[in-house]
Design a protein around this ligand. Structure first.
Ligand code: PDD
Length: 282
């Protein structure tokens, strides 16, 4: 079951006019919220980031936080899986084609649920491969825009190379992955690139830094130079659907000893424990 503009319905019945600005211009934003045992994880933070994205594109929020929360809980209840990933999309609505914002148009609100499939034990034990590429996206990567063509092309580069993610570099510094945030371990310190307009402020990224703080894991938030990425002892990828996944090869070369390292296992354990404690309290 999906939600579209005020109604819940089976996906097959959902229709969007061809002049929707999401279709014509990619003019909209989205969120991905992981759901564990039917509880949305960090919903408040996702809704706050959605507000940031809406503000970034000058689109008034069609719902209050309480209304979003109600819609999210109803969508979860209408779908089978215990663990889901919810996609929340808002576009600038349907209007005659013109780049400039239309007046008096209702935004389109669409929400769908997919089964949440987090990385398997085998994946975590082996780690995954990544490639590197120049970050050729725009300068507002802090907005979770639905216009994802650059990200689509960059992640396809990874798939074509038999890898799962493309790590992006801009002017000699790490920004993020095509669909994830990236952490690096260098000299026994967990390094995170600073938030700003060049990367999406990840909800999982924040959780990882909180866990590092809470568990006494040495960490620093600072710009990460290209050579630090290529000489890292560990590289971690984070996102709402991939949680924390170790990257064990970069551009065909082993990262560290080619196996997920101590920082990964510590943070992975802490993340699972934290998730379970949040779900127990919910
Ligand atoms: N992507 N950076 C980019 C470019 C992303 O697309 C994502 C997530 C992240 C991680 O953010 P978070 O921890 O809040 O999921 C960073 C989602 C999962 C997606 O588009 O499907």
């Amino acid at each position: 079951m999906i939600y579209l503009n005020g109604e819940f319905m089976p996906m097959e019945e959902a229709r969007i006019p061809v002049l929707d600005r999401g279709f014509i211009f990619g003019d909209g934003i989205y969120e991905v919220v992981p759901v564990y045992s039917r509880h949305p994880f960090r919903l408040r933070e996702h809704l706050l980031r959605m507000q940031h994205s809406l503000d970034g594109i000058g689109l008034p929020n069609p719902h209050t936080e309480a209304q979003w929360s109600d819609l999210v809980h109803r969508l979860i209840a209408l779908n089978e899986p215990e663990d889901q990933s919810l996609y929340l999309h808002v576009t600038r609505g349907v209007a005659k084609r013109d780049h400039a914002f239309p007046r008096g148009v209702q935004p389109t609100v669409f929400m769908m649920s997919n089964p949440l499939v987090t990385p398997s034990r085998e994946t975590l034990e082996a780690g995954v491969a990544a490639i590197s590429a120049a970050d050729n996206r725009w300068l507002r990567c802090d907005i979770k825009a639905i216009s994802l063509l650059p990200n689509v092309l960059l992640r396809q580069m990874a798939v074509d190379a038999g890898a799962v993610e493309t790590i992006l570099l801009r002017e000699g510094f790490l920004t993020e992955g095509a669909a994830s945030n990236i952490f690096v371990v260098k000299d026994d310190i967990l390094l995170a690139p600073p938030k700003g307009n060049l990367m999406l402020p990840g909800i999982t990224y924040d959780v990882v830094l909180e866990l590092a703080m809470g568990h006494g894991i040495a960490h620093e938030v600072r710009k990460i130079a290209e050579d630090e990425l290529f000489s890292a002892s560990e590289i971690l990828l984070t996102s709402s659907t991939k949680e924390i996944t170790p990257i064990t090869s970069l551009d065909g070369k082993a990262v560290g000893n080619g196996k997920p390292g101590l920082f990964f296992w510590k943070l992975h354990g802490a993340y699972q424990e934290f998730k379970n404690s949040v779900m127990r309290r919910a």
